[in-house]
Design a protein around this ligand. Structure first.
Ligand code: C2E
Ligand code: CA
Ligand code: CA
Ligand code: CA
Length: 281
């Protein structure tokens, strides 16, 4: 411990020191990464449980820190969020995902058209010009707005209800779709759902995992399915990992799913291959 004077001590803790330095350099590395275009998007198919067809993809960001090093979002999204970098990263993700989807829609026409889901962080959603930013990307890329799905988490949507409803309404006016991500993990009361203009609810994978436990797990997912049906909200089950999950989800009336059983998030070229392998509807 080092004496700072007047009985104040600063404990020199090498671990804390490293953490602080690590965070600082991570922040500047993230800024640099944005500049030097080191971020890449992987895409995970979202499939129709009826026939296994790919109906859309979710864009998931990765940081290509070096040729051999791919960094996953759990390593940098939190810092990007705290530092505000997420605002720029988020717009980049949206633009890149829309550009890529426009190409897929042209190359692989489907009816209904393929959709792209993009994650929106709380900080991004709170930007006063968020709706304008989205509108700009739509105009720049020329994507059909109704094929864009913005995924917001429950915690975002519950923070300030009035503001949230206002923004969601404006987004719907633009024609884009809104999904509630990780449904069931937040603090929301189910009743809130009535007041939110949104199209899709994504059941968090922790509930899908519960399907392995028999009746109790089935009841939870079943309850969410019934609620969504009453509200006419589409449901996508996340984290479908096994054929058992898929069968249970079908039995419970779930129409769409996403998970390792179908595909991990993959590079765009792999998605192109999957889409090419299937004749246009
Ligand atoms: P999320 O939005 O819930 O995305 C789904 C995560 O679950 C992805 O992890 C995906 O790889 C993983 N996953 C998909 N299927 C399965 C499965 O069957 N089993 C298991 N165990 N996992 C599965 P990933 O790509 O590491 O992303 C983690 C989180 O990082 C995302 O969770 C999202 O919250 C955040 N994230 C990713 N990309 C972005 C982005 O562009 N912007 C923002 N704001 N957040 C992002
Ligand atoms: Ca998501
Ligand atoms: Ca999710
Ligand atoms: Ca999640």
């Amino acid at each position: 411990a080092k004496v700072l004077g007047k009985g104040r001590y600063e404990i020199y803790d090498p671990v804390m020191h490293e953490l602080a330095v690590g965070r600082l350099s991570l922040e500047s590395r993230l800024r640099q990464a944005l500049h030097e275009e080191e971020f890449v998007l992987h895409y995970q198919p979202i499939v129709s449980l009826e026939d296994g067809a790919i109906v859309g993809v979710e864009a998931l960001v990765r940081w290509r820190r070096s040729e051999s090093e791919l960094v996953y979002p759990d390593q940098f999204i939190a810092v990007a969020e705290e530092t505000g970098i997420i605002v720029f990263l988020g717009i980049w993700v949206l633009r890149e995902a829309c550009r890529t989807m426009v190409r897929w829609q042209q190359e692989f026409p489907r009816d209904p058209a393929l959709t792209v889901a993009v994650n929106v962080s709380a900080r991004q959603f709170a930007q006063h010009d968020f709706v304008e930013q989205v509108a700009r990307v739509l105009a720049e890329t020329g994507i059909r707005p109704d094929t864009v799905k913005l995924e917001i988490t429950e915690s975002v949507s519950m923070m300030d209800t009035e503001y949230t409803v206002e923004v969601l309404t404006q987004l719907q006016r633009l024609g884009v779709c809104v999904s509630i991500d990780d449904f069931g993990t937040g603090y929301s009361s189910l009743a809130y759902l009535h007041s939110f203009p949104m199209d899709t609810l994504k059941i968090d994978r922790s509930f899908v995992a519960q399907l392995d436990r028999g009746e109790q797990g089935r009841q939870i997912v079943g309850t969410i399915m019934n609620l969504a049906r009453d509200l006419r909200i589409r449901v996508i089950a996340e984290g479908a990992e096994t054929s058992r999950h898929v069968e249970e989800l079908k039995t419970l009336g779930c129409d769409f799913a996403q998970g390792y059983y179908f595909s991990r998030p993959v590079e765009p070229a792999v998605i192109s291959g999957l889409l090419a392998a299937r004749p246009a509807a």
